[in-house]
Design a protein around this ligand. Structure first.
Ligand code: SAM
Length: 278
């Protein structure tokens, strides 16, 4: 298990899709426009949200290779992609889907990305993508990834990287303290060594520059209101829990803060999307 509950990923999926930066999404669409087919590798795919969010921007025939370390999430990905499709059938280990005029073949790979070879050329990759992953990884792992992609001149589209900005309305005097502690927690080890956390988009931009990529980095914040009350409640609890691990003496205060701020009428969580290509 990775610790990422399928229910949490399901709760955030509609907001993740709506929050993707539209300018960068249009750039991705234009970059691959005119092509008939594309092979895409999705790193840390979870239950397949990135495929569902991106397929409409990519060519009519797509082959997705989904990689995750969590077998249970990969099983959920297979089920939820079959449900999402207008038609689906198993083809050996692969899944063949039809949706919105697109023919989508999906392969699944269980692998620990900290150990796996990051050369995806053997898979025929033409685009590597990741959603809500790069803030978990370490600087040295990201360096390895970008170096491997640059050798093969592979584009990278990394969306929804947390940028350290968070806001609750109405504001509470403890907001700043919780956010600061949460952001320190984000820099802890999430399996890849010390995580980049809020620094991931800037670190990625710098690496893309060094390796000669052209790139764009644009905001993709969650802006949540009363219709996302469940997500507000869950993420506010998550902030308080993580902050409490950093400042154990304030656990009770942070828990009390979460009870109040779970009722906020607006929450904004900053993310950035990055698209790099040659
Ligand atoms: C925040 S979730 C995002 C999932 C999905 N991309 C989405 O947008 O819903 C991060 C994902 O990365 C996966 N992951 C974390 N560390 C990993 C590792 N070392 N190897 C492979 N997958 C990993 C988790 O299992 C989880 O599915």
């Amino acid at each position: 298990m990775s610790g990422f509950a399928a229910d949490w990923l399901a709760l955030r999926e509609p907001v993740d899709h709506a929050s993707r930066n539209p300018t960068l999404a249009a750039r991705v669409r234009a970059h691959f426009g005119g092509r008939d087919a594309l092979t895409i590798v999705d790193l840390g795919c979870g239950t397949g949200s990135n495929l569902r969010g991106l397929a409409a921007d990519l060519p009519p025939r797509q082959h997705w290779h989904l990689i995750d370390g969590d077998a249970a999430l990969l099983r959920r990905a297979r089920e939820s992609l079959a449900d999402w499709a207008e038609a689906s059938h198993e083809d050996g280990e692969r899944l063949r889907l039809r949706r919105d005029g697109r023919e989508i073949v999906v392969s699944f790979e269980r692998a620990d990305l900290t150990r796996r070879d990051l050369d995806f050329t053997a898979l025929g990759a033409e685009l590597v993508t990741a959603a809500a992953l790069l803030d978990l990884v370490s600087e040295s792992w990201l360096e390895r990834l970008v170096a491997a992609l640059a050798v093969a001149k592979l584009p990278l589209y990394a969306v929804l990287n947390y940028d350290g900005e968070a806001e609750w309305q109405p504001a509470d005097p403890l907001d700043g303290r919780v956010i600061a502690a949460f952001n320190r927690h984000q820099r802890g080890d999430k399996g890849f060594g010390p995580a980049l956390g809020p620094a991931s988009s800037e670190a990625l931009a710098q690496l893309l520059r060094q390796h000669g990529y052209r790139y764009g980095s644009l905001p993709s914040p969650w802006v949540l209101g009363p219709t996302e009350a469940d997500l507000i409640g869950a993420l506010t609890d998550g902030f308080a829990q993580a902050a409490g691990e950093i400042e154990p003496e304030r656990q009770a205060a942070f828990a009390a803060w979460a009870k109040v701020q779970a009722g906020a009428h607006m929450v904004r969580i900053g993310h950035r999307d990055v698209f790099g290509h040659f």
